[in-house]
Design a protein around this ligand. Structure first.
Ligand code: G3D
Ligand code: MG
Length: 193
C-alpha cells in the first residue's frame, strides 16, 4: 500500500494519567492492569485512510520523566499534533497541562500544532473519587483554541473500557492534514509575493 503522508503524534501529560493505556487501547492491544514505569519513550504506528489518502501515524508516548535533555528533544521534535492527557481524578495533572505545552513548544521550534485535550479515566466518575468537572476541560480547551488558532476539542476517555479512544486520534489527524494544507497555501502565496 502506498503511504501518502507520515505524521508524528505525541501523547503528553503527567505520569500515570493513562497515556500508554490510551495508545494501547486505540491500537487494539489489551489493557494492562499492572503499571510499569519505564524510562525513555515508546512508539507505535498505525495506518489510517482519510478521504483518498493513506496516512501513517507514528504515535509516541513518553515513559516517565526523561532525565536527559537530548531524550526530551528527540521525543518532541517533528511533532505534528499532540494529545494532552490529564487524569480526571487528579487535579494536579490538569493544572500541569500548560507546563507540558511549554515543554512541547520549547522542543519543537516554538511551533503551535493541532492539539486535543483529553480527560482520561472517565469510568471513575461517580465512584469514590472526586473528579474534575467537564466544564474545566471544556473551558480550557476553548482557551487553547483561541491561543493556538486551531480548534482544540475536549474529549473524555476511558482507556480501561475502550471508551472514546478512537475519536481523539481521528480528529487530530484530520486537523493535521488541514494544517498541512494551509501551510502549503501560505508558502505558495509567500513565494508569489
Ligand atoms: P502513563 O502512560 O500516562 O504513565 P498508564 O499511564 O497508561 O501507565 O496508566 C497509569 C495507571 O492508570 C495504570 O494503573 C492504568 O491501569 C490506569 N489507567 C489508565 N487508563 C485508565 C482508565 O481509563 N481508567 C482507569 N480506571 N484506570 C486507568 P495501575 O493501577 O495499573 O498503576
Ligand atoms: Mg506510559
Amino acid at each position: 500500500m502506498k503511504i501518502d503522508k507520515t505524521y508524528k503524534i505525541t501523547l503528553i501529560g503527567d505520569g500515570a494519567v493513562g497515556k500508554t493505556s490510551i495508545r494501547r487501547s486505540y491500537l487494539g492491544e489489551t489493557f494492562e492492569g499492572s503499571y510499569s514505569l519505564t524510562l525513555g519513550s515508546d512508539f507505535a504506528t498505525k495506518t489510517m485512510n482519510v478521504g483518498d489518502l493513506n496516512i501513517n501515524m507514528i504515535i509516541w508516548d513518553l515513559a516517565g520523566q526523561p532525565r536527559f535533555k537530548a531524550v526530551r528533544e528527540g521525543f518532541y521534535r517533528g511533532t505534528k499534533g499532540a494529545l494532552l492527557v490529564f487524569d480526571l481524578t487528579r487535579k494536579d495533572t490538569y493544572e500541569n497541562i500548560p507546563q507540558w505545552i511549554i515543554e512541547l513548544l520549547k522542543n519543537n521550534k516554538m511551533k503551535k500544532v493541532p492539539m486535543i485535550l483529553i480527560g482520561n479515566k472517565s469510568d471513575l466518575r461517580g465512584s469514590l473519587y472526586k473528579t474534575i468537572p467537564s466544564e474545566y476541560g471544556e473551558n480550557y480547551a476553548q482557551e487553547l483554541s483561541l491561543w493556538s488558532g486551531f480548534d482544540v476539542p475536549y474529549i473524555e476517555t476511558s482507556a480501561k473500557f475502550n471508551d472514546n479512544v478512537e475519536q481523539p486520534f481521528e480528529i487530530l489527524i484530520k486537523q493535521i492534514i488541514k494544517a498541512g494544507q494551509m501551510e502549503t497555501i501560505s508558502s505558495y502565496l509567500q513565494g508569489e509575493l
